[in-house]
Write a protein of this length. Structure first.
Length: 267
């Protein structure tokens, strides 16, 4: 049966690569995204064949993949070119925590690792439950602004908002979190953010270094509780903005650590 499973997989985004390595199935991977940093060894071992919005189609075809994994409608053009060239492509569009679990389950099943996949997912779910249980004991939940981009301001995507909730904080822009596209989460007027008075600001500028001092220097932001109390932090985008194992483990752990420290000091 194992020869019926995909033998040559190209991963257009990092989360599928990280998951296949965790499952011990990295030998199946023949190409990865140039943005991959998890696991670190993938960068040394695998050819880089794509960015996020573009890919080296000829290079991918030369690898003779029997399966390509990608993420989101933003990769639809890459997918279309590969499909026209006769390649099997699976584009996942996970935006919530439950959808991330579903995507990981499906990838595990496609490489014949259903049982191991379920065990690993159960362990991740148990860890999320344990964090939520600790957060349930907080005297007060901080208001959190998660900034995915700075110019213009873009607030956090749905899985980030949900993980903030699990970690013990309340997203100050919950109505934007449900919007799948970044352009629909733009906050045109920074006064809107000031008015919501976040207790904590977390920046993850999609691959660009976060600059807390730039946030603190914004006109009118000096009276924002997060700025006043020095509660401005970075979580690297590889840890929180990849809708895969990273966000469900390291990402939520960092959120919980930041929120727990705030709760101990200010609640």
């Amino acid at each position: 049966m194992h020869d019926l499973l995909p033998q040559r997989i190209v991963c257009l985004t990092e989360e599928a690569t990280e998951w296949l390595y965790l499952l011990g199935q990295e030998a199946r991977i023949v190409g990865i995204s140039g943005y991959t940093v998890r696991p670190r060894r993938a960068r040394e071992e695998k050819p880089k064949v794509s960015a996020f919005l573009s890919a080296k189609i000829d290079k991918i075809l030369a690898l003779k993949p029997d399966c390509v994994f990608g993420f989101s409608d933003l990769q639809a053009d890459i997918a279309a070119l590969l499909i026209k060239a006769g390649v099997q492509v699976t584009i996942f569009n996970q935006r919530s925590v439950d959808e991330i679990f579903s995507m990981l389950y499906q990838v595990a099943a496609m490489v014949g690792e259903t049982e191991q996949g379920l065990q690993r997912l159960a362990a991740m779910r148990a860890e999320l439950d344990a964090i939520a249980h600790k957060a349930a004991g907080f005297k007060r939940r901080p208001k959190v602004f998660f900034e995915e981009w700075d110019e213009p301001h873009i607030s956090g995507i749905r899985w980030v908002s949900e993980l903030m909730g699990i970690a013990g904080g309340d997203d100050v822009f919950p109505e934007l979190a449900v919007q799948a596209m970044g352009r629909d989460r733009i906050i045109a007027d920074s006064q809107t953010i000031i008015d919501r008075a976040p207790d904590i600001i977390i920046g993850s500028w999609c691959g660009k270094k976060f600059r807390p001092e730039k946030v603190a220097a914004r006109p009118g932001w000096q009276d924002v509780p997060a700025v006043r109390n020095g509660q401005v932090f970075e979580i690297k985008s590889a840890d929180i903005l990849q809708p895969g194992p990273a966000a469900l483990t390291d990402g939520v752990a960092q959120l919980h650590r930041i929120i727990s420290h705030w709760e101990a000091q200010y609640a």
